[in-house]
Design a protein around this ligand. Structure first.
Ligand code: DI6
Ligand code: FE
Length: 407
C-alpha cells in the first residue's frame, strides 16, 4: 500500500478552522492539500504514517487560519483625498464636502480620466497590500465611474486584477454610489440609466457578481434603491446595500426584502431592520475603518445583532474618502476596540461570515475537507493575539488555492 501523497502538507500548527461560531483553536494539527482543496486534516497524532507532499511546511506551533476575506472594498479608483481629510480636520463634515461637489464625485473625476492601465496600476498597489496582510479573497466594487463606460472600465480592471494576482476577486456593480454631475438634480433619470442600461450590460458581459447601492440622504432613496434591486433581480444578480451609515433610511429592511447577501455599515439600523436581516439570512458587514475615520460616535448595535443571530462580517471598506486602509487585521482590532466585538467574532468576521457575505460559504471561509485551500500562517498563538496588534504584520505565510505565495 502506498502512503498518502499530497501537494502540500502543513504540520504542527494550531488550527482555527472557523467551521462553526466557536472559532476554537485545535492545538498541534496538520492540514493536507491536493488539487487546491483541503484533502485531510486533524491532530498530528492522526497524520497517516508515511504521508508526504511535494511541499512540506513545518508550522512551528503557530496559528493557521482560513485565508482572510475582505468582503467590502472600493479599491479601484484614481487619486487620493488627502485635501478633504485636511478640510475635515478644519471642521467640514463628510456630508458638507459631498454637497459641495467633493467627496465621491472628486474621485469620480479622476477615475473617469484615468486610462485602464493606469487605473489598474494604482489599484494593484492596494491589492498587493491587502494580500500582504492575509487577504486571499476580495470583493471589489465599481462606483467611481458612474457612467456605463466608466463603470464597465472599473469592473474590467477589477476582474483583470484577479486574473493577474494570486487572489480571488468578486466584483460588485455600485453604479448607484452617487449622482454623477451630468445628472445633477435628475437622480431618477440616472437610476433609470442604471436599471435600464448599466445593470443589464454588466450582467450581459459577466462583469458583475452582485449589485450594490448607497441608500442615504447623500446617496439614493429607498424607492430609487428598489428600482436598482429590481433590475438586479431581473438579471439574476444578488444584491448588497450600503445601509444606515449616516442615517436610518430603513435600508436594511429593504435589503432583507430582496434576500440581500449583506447590508453594510449599519451604524443607524433599528431593531426592525436587524430582525428583517435575521429572517432573510442577510449578513451584517461592519466597517470600523469608516467609523473611525469619520469620527462617528454611534457604533452599530452589536448586542442586538448578536441577540438576533445576524452573522457579523468585517471589511476594510478600502476607499479614498472614508476608509483609506488595506489592513484587514487592523479592522479586527478596531472592531474589538470600537465596537466591543470579541477576538473570536472578529476572526469569524473576516473568514466564515465574510464568505457568506459574498455567497461563497460553500467553498471559502473555513478550513474543512473539500474547501478551497486558502490559508494563512501567523506569528501568533490565539485569535486574541491577532486582534490585539495595531498595525503590525504578524502574517508569516499565505497560501492561495493550495499554493504558497510570496509575501
Ligand atoms: N460609503 C462609504 O463609506 C464609501 N462609499 C459609501 O457609500 C465612501 C466613498 C467615498 O467617500 O469615496
Ligand atoms: Fe463602502
Amino acid at each position: 500500500m502506498t502512503a498518502a501523497r499530497f501537494d502540500l502538507l502543513i504540520r504542527d500548527v494550531h488550527i482555527v478552522c472557523c467551521a462553526d461560531d466557536a472559532a476554537a483553536v485545535s492545538p498541534r494539527g496538520f492540514v493536507a492539500v491536493r488539487g487546491g482543496r483541503i484533502a485531510a486534516m486533524g491532530p498530528m497524532a492522526q497524520l497517516p504514517a508515511g504521508a508526504c507532499a511535494g511541499d512540506e511546511v513545518a508550522g512551528g506551533g503557530r496559528l493557521l487560519t482560513p485565508g482572510l476575506i475582505d468582503c467590502h472594498t472600493h479599491l479601484v479608483y484614481a487619486g487620493d483625498r488627502a485635501r478633504e481629510f485636511e478640510l475635515r480636520l478644519q471642521g467640514a463634515s463628510y456630508e458638507d464636502i459631498a454637497r459641495a461637489g467633493g467627496g465621491i464625485r472628486s474621485t469620480v473625476r479622476l477615475t473617469r480620466e484615468a486610462g485602464e492601465a493606469a487605473l489598474a496600476a494604482q489599484s494593484a498597489v492596494r491589492l498587493r497590500s491587502l494580500m500582504q496582510h492575509g487577504v486571499t479573497t476580495v470583493e471589489i466594487k465599481s462606483g467611481y465611474g458612474l457612467s456605463l463606460q466608466a463603470e464597465l472600465k472599473c469592473l474590467r480592471v477589477a476582474r483583470r486584477l484577479g486574473e493577474q494576482h494570486p487572489v480571488t476577486v468578486r466584483t460588485t456593480l455600485l453604479a448607484a454610489h452617487a449622482v454623477p454631475p451630468e445628472f445633477e438634480g435628475r437622480a431618477d433619470a440616472y437610476v433609470e440609466q442604471i436599471a435600464g442600461t448599466i445593470v443589464p450590460e454588466a450582467a450581459r458581459l459577466g462583469l458583475a457578481d452582485a449589485v450594490d447601492a448607497f441608500c442615504d440622504t447623500i446617496g439614493f432613496t429607498p424607492a430609487q434603491t428598489r428600482r436598482v434591486f429590481e433590475a438586479a433581480r431581473r438579471h439574476g444578480l444578488p444584491v448588497k446595500l450600503h445601509a444606515e451609515q449616516l442615517s436610518n433610511q430603513q435600508g436594511a429592511a429593504l435589503a432583507a426584502e430582496f434576500g440581500a447577501l449583506s447590508a453594510d455599515h449599519l451604524e443607524h439600523v433599528d431593531e426592525a431592520g436587524v430582525a428583517a436581516m435575521a429572517r432573510a439570512g442577510t449578513v451584517a458587514v461592519l466597517l470600523p475603518g469608516a467609523y473611525y475615520f469619520l469620527r462617528d460616535s454611534t457604533p452599530p448595535p452589536i448586542a442586538l445583532l448578536r441577540r438576533l443571530g445576524v452573522p457579523m462580517a468585517l471589511a476594510t471598506d478600502c476607499n479614498p474618502g472614508t476608509s483609506p486602509t488595506t489592513h484587514l487585521p487592523l479592522m479586527m482590532n478596531m472592531a474589538c476596540t470600537l465596537f466591543r466585538m470579541t477576538p473570536a467574532e472578529a476572526l469569524l468576521g473576516v473568514t466564515r461570515h465574510a464568505a457568506r457575505a459574498l455567497g461563497l460559504q460553500a467553498t471559502h471561509g473555513s478550513i474543512e475537507v473539500g474547501r478551497r485551500a486558502d490559508l494563512c500562517l501567523w506569528d501568533a498563538d490565539t485569535p486574541a493575539e491577532l486582534a490585539c496588534s495595531i498595525g503590525g504584520s504578524p502574517l508569516r505565510r499565505r497560501f492561495h488555492d493550495g499554493i504558497e505565495q510570496p509575501l
